[in-house]
Design a protein around this ligand. Structure first.
Ligand code: ADP
Ligand code: MG
Length: 254
């Protein structure tokens, strides 16, 4: 029997005097899609960044596929990993941000294959063949040679998803991947994410797209003030929210 893909256990995070994460507990099963919703400033991005150790947790821990992220556990406690070890862990976790962060001087295909070739040491022919398949999968077969500046925001974000998938991640993290897009481009990115979910990818998605969360998520976690206020199926959290804070938030975004 396999354990959870993500297990956050009592995660706390401070920025100076600001207590941003106040004991986050969340498990994501293999193949599960969990959407995190909540007001701006509630700690959603910080939590996501703790999962791949872009932020260090102050207390508690995050396990991905059974491994503590960023630390070795020994008899006398947790010991920080080397940069190389953190990089190895991170290479198994795909992340797509709000802002498309493609390399501007590389074509779509080069953006997708550079990780597999330079980080994973894959041979170029195989990586290129797979990169083309991935770009085809996100609907960009005709844009392989396009540079980021020649692509729309939605196309760039789909390249970013293909680039993350090229690393064969066991988990994908999305931080508001559509909030910087013009409204007419949001759907094409959400469609690709929906396909990925149906193909069985484990996904943790911070989003304001309540329709996507309702349609695609297995569970929704509502965060406010650094805590997960409630977590359950879309029918529970959106259909019958138990907390006043969840109701107040939903009344603003629905
Ligand atoms: P969300 O993604 O839900 O909008 P964030 O996780 O980005 O929330 O931010 C949570 C809180 O932490 C906010 O008050 C934000 O200003 C603060 N914060 C985030 N990152 C930093 C940082 N690097 N340094 C100081 N404060 C930060
Ligand atoms: Mg955020």
């Amino acid at each position: 029997m396999s354990g959870p893909m993500v297990s956050a256990q009592g995660v706390h995070k401070h920025f100076g005097d600001l207590h941003v994460l106040k004991g986050i507990d969340l498990e994501v099963a293999p193949g599960e899609v969990v959407c995190v919703i909540g007001p701006s400033g509630s700690g959603k991005s910080t939590f996501l960044r703790c999962v791949n150790h872009l932020e260090r947790v102050d207390a508690g821990k995050v396990l991905v596929d059974g491994e503590i992220i960023g630390y070795h556990e020994k008899d006398d406690g947790l010991h920080e990993m080397s940069h190389a070890e953190v990089a190895r862990q991170r290479s198994t976790i795909g992340m797509v941000f709000q802002r498309f962060n493609l390399f501007p001087n590389m074509t779509a295909l080069e953006n997708v294959v550079c990780g597999p070739i330079w980080v994973n040491g894959e041979n170029r022919t195989g990586a290129v063949e797979r990169g083309r398949r991935l770009l085809d999968r996100v609907g960009l077969a005709d844009k392989v040679d396009g540079y980021p500046a020649q692509l729309s925001g939605g196309q760039q974000q789909r390249v970013a998803i293909a680039r993350a998938l090229a690393m064969r991640p066991k988990l994908m993290l999305f931080d508001e991947p559509t909030s910087a897009l013009d409204p007419e481009l949001v759907g094409e990115v959400l469609d690709v994410m929906g396909d990925l979910a149906r193909d069985g990818m484990t996904m943790l998605v911070v989003t304001h797209e309540i329709g996507f969360a309702r349609g695609v998520a297995d569970r929704i976690a509502f965060m406010d003030g650094g805590s997960i206020v409630e977590c359950g199926t879309p029918a529970q959290v959106i259909g019958q929210p138990r907390h006043e804070r969840t109701r107040a938030f939903l009344s603003k975004v629905l």
